[in-house]
Design a protein around this ligand. Structure first.
Ligand code: NOJ
Ligand code: CA
Length: 712
């Protein structure tokens, strides 16, 4: 009797297990640390979960989209439930590739892939795939629409991708927004998120926040158990950006796409693919920084011969306008209406004069910089800001005191490249019309890099900066600049998603709250730069513009009490902790000339690397990294902290064993402090080798930079 009962229990157990195994397909990462489960729920809804070392990262989370027809707006049955599986396919791939530039010179792309083909149980079924790639440090997944008999083009009215978290994690977030990411990151638990609270960043463009529970990606999370989770997207092309709506009752985040002017999300033509949704996870914060999963999910470079793409260190006529020393405009804003470009009266404060540009060219040339950015060189600045005028800039008409031809000659004679500036002031149709003319003008006058800008509302269409129409615009600019062999730096675009792999001429974007905010707002908190590598930089490099040496703002404006919120040594360390092939030395020649001993680090530091070591990190607290300059045996170390002083530990075991090196250490002085004494630094030299461990004292808001060169 007892035996029979046992047999029944065993049978029941076997049956449920077989049932379970049939329903849930499990794919492990190559190193088996991460596992992904996929199944259809009881209502036929696609579901997934993610575990890290057998512990849940994402609990059962649902997937799906809603579509409607483009022309007569027939609404299709949701693709979020009532589905059946047509096929399940598993493959693996393990390759390496070489980025044109970056933090390392070779990247491994190793994953197991699951493709689930789904269809609806209705009369005119749509067929679509959900594709998962499981890497050693995370998971990417996307929706794919193959060509099909029922519809060729449609509107995505919503995407309901969920990320069901295990609890009330600590979050590093900025408010959800359709147009801007220029906010100070907030650190709070998920249940405390209030994206409409003005203390988390007044919206400088005057538009509405999406919802008090909406945040942007990359979203960095830390669980109470010490797991680090990053949620973002990869390969954002022909689709709007994703914000995340937090359901605080169960800690589920749901995708919310940026709409167009009519409220539609995306217009797609089959075959079509959405961007990848990415989850990067580890029990070590440094693994998040070292991840290449987002790049791996992007397509390989379309530029066959990238020899013209040069990682660039530059100076420029820029900070002097932000601190109010000079102006972009030539004639002052009183001439704003009906101004006659041939009859402007100079105010005497114009920054982009031929003489001033020559001064920057001389400084760049003398100190080995590649480029000089010049803003405010073209007519229109009298009338550009918040005017909602479409044809303010034409990108080919210089102010009368800016000698295009003469400066081309002068820059060439000094072996320095001028960097073009195109502020569109949000008038993107105007820019699209003028792009070819503008790029031909650049090539004619020797410019091979452009900084674009999208300040203000997107007029006249009323599109959003992060919607599909603008996402396509940014990619079109990357493609078009590539066709002219022009390198690109986009300010105020959508935040990056690894597209610099596909378009390596797209050196950097701003797409976050850069250094400029320290000049004219309440500034960036000392913890700012310890968060960015875990958030904004996950998608790609930033033109953050470090290197401010005049740290007290009352030097420029006696009414200002603020500092730049870092010490000088931290400004140096940022050249290492911010990984970007485009780095500015943002302060002015006359400021650097007073501190050439510290400036030496900016002269020496590389912008492209063979290798990077992520030594220690905690988001919002500290980061210590070492990078090996491309094609050399020189190493650069950067350590930064938030408002707290601390000791950074640098184990030099990455150096070649048995070799001796000269190290120059640019450290905070003992009394340095980001508010009270920001400029206090000390420079020491010592011989080091791979057996040594350095302890670096960082002041509150401070940092430390080291250059290490082998002794011949
Ligand atoms: C905002 C950009 O981020 C900044 O770098 C630029 O100087 C101004 N717009 C003017 O174009
Ligand atoms: Ca900006």
């Amino acid at each position: 009797m007892l035996f029979k009962k046992w047999l029944l229990v065993l049978l029941a157990l076997l049956l449920t297990q077989t049932n379970f195994a049939q329903n849930k397909t499990i794919v492990n990462s190559p190193n088996k640390k991460i596992s992904l489960g996929f199944w259809l729920g009881d209502k036929g809804q696609p579901m997934y979960e993610v575990n890290f070392q057998s512990k849940p990262v994402m609990l059962a989370s649902s997937l799906g989209l809603d579509l409607k027809q483009t022309l007569n707006l027939i609404v299709y049955p949701t693709l979020s439930n009532n589905l059946s599986i047509l096929s399940i396919d598993e493959t693996s791939s393990n390759t390496t590739w070489k980025p044109v530039w970056g933090d390392v010179n070779e990247i491994r792309d190793n994953y197991n892939k699951l493709t689930v083909k789904l269809t609806q149980k209705n009369a005119n079924p749509i067929v679509y795939n959900i594709v998962f790639k499981v890497f050693d440090d995370g998971v990417g997944f996307r929706y794919e629409f193959p060509e099909q008999s029922t519809i060729q083009h449609f509107i995505v009215s919503d995407e309901s991708t969920q990320f069901h978290l295990t609890g009330n994690h600590k979050a590093f977030w900025i408010p959800g927004d359709y147009d801007s990411n220029e906010f100070s990151p907030v650190v709070s638990n998920l249940n405390e998120v209030d994206a409409e609270d003005p203390k988390y960043g007044a919206n400088i463009y005057g538009h509405q926040f999406i919802d008090k529970n909406a945040v942007q990606t990359p979203l960095m999370l830390k669980t109470a158990e010490g797991l680090y989770i990053n949620i973002h997207e990869a390969a954002l092309v022909n689709y709007p950006a994703m914000n995340l709506m937090i359901d605080k009752s169960n800690y589920t985040l749901t995708s919310t796409l940026v709409p167009d002017a009519l409220g539609n999300k995306a217009y797609l033509q089959t075959p079509a693919k959405t961007p990848w949704r990415t989850i990067i996870v580890s029990d070590k914060a440094t693994d998040i920084l070292a991840s290449h999963t987002i790049l791996n999910l992007n397509d390989p470079s379309v530029i066959k011969d990238p020899s013209w793409i040069k990682p660039t260190k530059y100076v420029g006529i820029w900070w002097e306008m932000h601190v109010g020393k000079s102006t972009w405009d030539y004639a002052g804003s009183q001439n704003a209406t009906n101004f006659d470009a041939n009859n402007l009266k100079p105010t005497g404060k114009h920054g982009a004069t031929t003489a001033n540009v020559k001064r920057y060219i001389d400084f760049a040339s003398k100190n080995g910089f590649d480029g000089v950015l010049v803003e405010g060189w073209n007519v229109g600045w009298e009338d550009w800001f918040g005017q909602f005028k479409e044809n303010v800039f034409d990108f080919v008409t210089p102010y009368p005191d800016f000698d295009v031809k003469g400066l081309q000659k002068y820059a060439a004679s000094k072996k320095v490249k001028l960097i073009m500036h195109h502020e569109t002031s949000g008038s993107v149709t105007n820019y699209e019309r003028q792009m070819d003319t503008a790029f031909r003008f650049m090539k004619k006058f020797g410019y091979d890099a452009v900084k674009t800008g999208y300040v203000g509302h997107i007029i006249p269409r009323g599109e959003h900066h992060d919607g599909q129409w603008m996402v396509n615009h940014y990619v079109r600019v990357a493609q078009k600049t590539a066709s002219y062999k022009i390198m690109l730096d986009a300010h105020e675009p959508v935040r990056p998603t690894g597209l610099s792999r596909t378009y390596p001429n797209w050196l950097a974007s701003e797409a976050a709250r850069g250094m400029e905010f320290n000049a004219w707002s309440d500034g960036n908190k000392p913890r700012h730069e310890t968060i960015f590598p875990f958030t904004r930089f996950m998608g790609g490099p930033m033109d953050y513009t470090p290197g401010i040496f005049q740290l007290e703002l009352n030097y420029w404006n006696k009414d200002k009490k603020e500092t730049i919120h870092t010490t000088l040594a931290k400004q140096l360390a940022l050249y290492v902790t911010i990984c970007s092939p485009l780095q500015m030395a943002a302060d002015m020649p006359e400021i650097y000339e007073k501190k050439m001993d510290a400036f030496q680090f900016i002269k020496d530091v590389a912008v492209d690397w063979d290798d990077s070591k992520y030594l220690e990190a905690e988001p919002g607290e500290y980061i210590t990294e070492a990078r090996k300059a491309k094609g050399t045996n020189n190493w650069f170390v950067g350590a930064i902290t938030n408002e707290n002083s601390r000791t950074a530990i640098v184990n030099l075991n990455f150096l070649d064993a048995g070799k001796k090196y000269n190290a120059t250490i640019y450290a905070d002085a003992a009394d340095a402090h980001y508010e009270k004494n920001p400029a206090a630094y000390k420079i020491t030299k010592q011989v080091v080798d791979s057996k040594m461990i350095l302890s670096l004292a960082l002041a509150p808001g401070g940092g430390c930079a080291i250059s290490i060169t082998p002794i011949k």
